[in-house]
Design a protein around this ligand. Structure first.
Ligand SMILES: C[S@@+](CC[C@H](N)C(=O)[O-])C[C@H]1O[C@@H](n2cnc3c(N)ncnc32)[C@H](O)[C@@H]1O
Length: 277
């Protein structure tokens, strides 16, 4: 059994973007789906499982890649997130090869063994209760020669952004927040080496640039949308004070350097099933 650690420097630079974005949460600089495809090579007729599919951003792309003879199953905790299923249905309307399933990846999947060619999970795997259990389920569900791709934030994701927040609030990151950031490193990678036959680890750095008044507005929206802001303080006035100070610091940095940059850092894991266990 070969278990190689592959950290591709080219992959990092290939994905560095420098585009000004005003809607960071809606549009990433890099094309995540293209990156996934370069790792797992989804083919026509394949059967795909997307764990934590959200509104179906990846499912939609995979549906086109697998074509009429293929199938994509998008799984999410739909019944626990108001409006999510409706959003996904809207986004995936007319796609006949897509099935949406209300299921928590923390529980065993109802499907039988070895039915998926590819399993993906984008920014969702760190929510599962027991990483080992869910990874074992992925292994079970994959056909022989199947591939699993998991992407999540690296421990140092947006570090500069969080450092600034720490300076302003004089508080460490909330425990559950930093625990999520470390989960890919500390839990998913070791478990993947234990369970899968081959593992490739690829870092991914994406710089997001903000410039001008629109940029300030976008960073503020981003700050307010992060769990960081929501978890930082239960007190409304205090939170507003932090947001105000945050905006001031961003403006100062823009005056000095002409722009404010968020460094989004992710880790992609490609996991291979190469033998029947
Ligand atoms: C950050 S979103 C990512 C959505 C999508 N993959 C994307 O990249 O746009 C994380 C998703 O994981 C889902 N999720 C959280 N816990 C889950 C669980 N136990 N089982 C399945 N999905 C879960 C959430 O409901 C949410 O839709």
């Amino acid at each position: 059994m070969t278990k190689a650690l592959c950290t591709s420097q080219e992959e990092v630079s290939a994905h560095i973007g420098n585009i000004v974005r005003s809607e960071i949460n809606k549009n990433a600089d890099y094309d995540l789906e293209k990156w996934i495809q370069s790792r797992v090579k989804i083919g026509r007729g394949d059967t795909i499982l997307d764990i934590g599919c959200g509104n179906g951003k990846q499912v939609s792309v995979f549906s086109d890649l697998v074509g009429d003879k293929g199938k994509v199953v998008g799984v999410d905790i739909f019944s626990q997130v108001p409006g999510l299923l409706e959003n996904a249905r809207e986004k995936l309307a007319g796609k006949k090869n897509v099935e949406l399933m209300d299921h928590s990846a923390s529980r065993p999947f109802p499907q039988s063994d070895q039915i998926f060619d590819v399993i993906t999970s984008c920014y969702s795997f760190y929510y599962v209760e027991n990483v080992q259990d869910t990874l074992r389920e992925c292994y079970r569900l994959l056909k022989n020669q199947g591939r699993c791709f998991i992407v999540g934030p690296s421990w140092d994701n947006s570090r500069e952004f969080y450092d600034l927040n720490r300076e302003i609030t004089r508080q460490e990151l909330p425990d559950n927040f930093s625990a999520r950031l470390w989960r890919i490193n500390n839990e998913v990678i070791p478990a993947a080496y234990e369970i899968f036959d081959r593992v490739e680890v690829s870092p991914f750095v994406n710089r997001v640039f903000f410039e001008g008044p629109q940029g300030v507005q976008a960073v503020e929206e981003y700050y307010r949308a992060t769990l960081l802001f929501q978890e930082e303080s239960g007190k409304h006035d205090e939170r507003e004070q932090y947001a105000k100070e945050f905006v001031k610091r961003v403006q100062m940095e823009m005056q000095t350097n002409g722009r404010y940059i968020i460094y989004k850092r992710a880790i992609g894991l490609t996991l291979f099933k190469e033998s029947k266990k």
